[in-house]
Design a protein around this ligand. Sequence first.
Ligand SMILES: Cc1cc2nc3c(=O)[nH]c(=O)nc-3n(C[C@H](O)[C@H](O)[C@H](O)COP(=O)(O)OP(=O)(O)OC[C@H]3O[C@@H](n4cnc5c(N)ncnc54)[C@H](O)[C@@H]3O)c2cc1C
Length: 769
Amino acid sequence: MRNEKKSKELVLVGGGHAHVQVLKSLAMKGPRALRITLVSDGPTAYYSGMLPGALAGLYTAGETEADLVRLSRWAGVRFVQGRVTGLDRAARLVQIEGRPPLRYDLLSLDIGSVTRGADLPGVREHAILTRPIGLLLEKVETFERNFTNRDAIRIAVVGAGAAGVELAFAMRARFGKKIADTTVTLIDRGEQVLPDQPASVRKAIERALDSRGIAVRLGAVIERVTATEIECAAGAPVPHDLILWATGGGAQPAQNAFDLAQDPRGFIRVKKTLQSIDDDTVFAAGDMIHIDEHPDVPKAGVYAVRQGPILTANLAAMTTGGPLRAYEPQAGFLALLMTGDGSAVGSYKGFAPRGRWVWKWKDWIDRKWMQKFDPAKLGPSPVMMRAKEAAAEETPGEDDAMRCAGCGSKVSGLLLEDTLRELAIPPNPRVLRGLDSPDDAAVVRIPAGFATVQTVDSFRAFVDDPYLMGRIATLHAASDLFAMGAKPDTALANVTIPFASDELMRQDFRLVMSGIVEELNRMGATLVGGHTTEGSEITVGVSMTGLIDEARVATKGGARPGDALILTGAVGTGVLWAADMRAEAPGRAIEGAIASMLQSNEAAAGVLADGTAHALTDVTGFGLLGHLAEMLEASRSADAGRGTDADGGVGARIIGAAIPVLEGARMAALRGTKSTIDPANRERVLARWSVVGGTEPLGTLLFDPQTSGGLLAAVDESDAARVVEKLKSVGYESACVIGSITKREGVIEVESQKGAARNQPATPARVPA
Ligand SMILES: Cc1cc2nc3c(=O)[nH]c(=O)nc-3n(C[C@H](O)[C@H](O)[C@H](O)COP(=O)(O)OP(=O)(O)OC[C@H]3O[C@@H](n4cnc5c(N)ncnc54)[C@H](O)[C@@H]3O)c2cc1C
């Protein structure tokens, strides 16, 4: 996407109720100078209003979560998945677990809360904490999978506030349907259910609890929890199989590392403008804040929701210089509590409406809220539209036009030097001239007895996280070396950074280079030089040199009829990225695809490239069939293709059902999503090979270009099971046999289901280009 000129970096931490609004609103009408990055510890964010409904089985998990990856793509916001662990306010850095920090000009925090009062003995071991709310559904599902008694279950919900009450109803609904003897007990140390609600609402809820057989135990001061019981200061212990601990919101421990003023409970103290009281560049919203003027704002999503527009306006005003707005909490709010059976109780100004219509009302409000953040319902992305218009007009902005394109549009030397100094590149005595002793080119001594293996790859931004771009591009380039059985030795990087302010360009360059160097260090290779330019988007090219013992080169030729074909990783990255570009790919699918691209092929090559594989290659841009075709062509004997089946030619049979596919890719392919390279990949193979079978969506996946894909190996059939087991044991969980080498020269048979290809006609029909 064409880069709009950016000069300030806004980092949003957490995809909470306030931040999803900020994302959407700033994309639509925020200052163009602002570059926005969202850091979230997961690809989705749960909407608390619907979560009890999901637990009750009234919604699917997907209906209750905002897809932060898709929303970010729609909003033109960079998405970084990671857990924020601290701040360095002096250097304006956000520290993120396991990756380099992010620099900010403006920072906004919306990370929610954790469950308060969970430090009693046994609670953390034996109870499910209800906050962070994003983990709750998954934890209950895991419990349910492992709970084998289908006759009886005893559930305790601790905390009789709104969340605890809804959870008690949800548990009754969820387990009552499946287990005849389901006991639910709602426990609280106080003397009332819903102490903050008027008597009319309390009564309505008490009646509903009673009618659904939910026991209520009040005035129960819990002292400890064991694997089987909840022990109270007085009275009989409460036996349990499952406990949900819903005792309200406490401060996230991470906040202690933020070096921002806190209240005695650990919540971040903010002004009414939602700025930290001791740093105007840091904003915060939602459960995590304390406002001195409004100390009693409850830890409820409805308040975070109302803070969203104020936060948006103030972040924009900090960029453009306008006045800041003050947040005033609402005096009261409409509360709608579901009872898990298609009914609900409301609470508004002392009234307690109840019944099925109240549930329908709540359902309508909640769904309408979720639709606001679903890119499928939002219409075209304003950021993508602007980029398209700019590309169509081909009128670079004033600054663009004046940028010098000579000297390869090189970026400032200062920026380069500073960044390269920061990189942790271990010394390598064989590098005679490298980055620590720069010259016109790198000079590297090759150890005696070795040959060099060289490769280069380059990518335009497909993930918008520069650090991940650096890592993936390096792994992709190294994959060629691993497929040859070589050891990566040195690398050159060719990086294009989008034109922006010096600080922003510095940040991008630092992140790309950290990613590259991190992966090089991991594989024992040294960065010895490179080239950096300005452009409209991030591009990362990595050229690598590896070392190999000439006698041990693993090639893609050598496959023999009867060999088993083993694939070490799932396919589908091209389809998923095509969907992602249109904000159509589910965030969880993108998360899975990134994890797969970040898996190095080094250990797989260790299993396959020692002579075990007769032929070995990596699956990248030409797709699985493209690389298989290359393997087959390289494996033909000299007089292949002249006559009968037995003339030394080879073909392959692929078992479609066996091919590992990344989550979400098959669905995207079914919808007709394809990489733009798909037609060229088909043409290239079909010009030389007859591909029999392979109906859609399998066809799309077979020709799908892969980024940092797995290895494809032809292995002696008798050894295949052992090799697959070995690959799995070193971390390649998707590794499997996907077919075999045949004697049918010029033919690749694709069995959509096991055995299907045997029924194909003798003159094979080609898959459509
Ligand atoms: C069972 C239950 C039901 C509830 N029902 C309601 C209701 O009906 N109405 C209501 O108003 N309130 C309800 N609440 C309260 C509500 O959940 C919270 O008040 C609300 O979620 C707070 O919103 P938030 O924006 O502060 O943070 P959250 O919605 O909690 O979002 C925080 C986000 O930050 C991410 N995050 C957390 N830590 C980090 C980190 N270190 N780095 C990066 N990302 C991070 C999280 O993954 C999450 O996506 C309920 C609570 C529970 C437990």
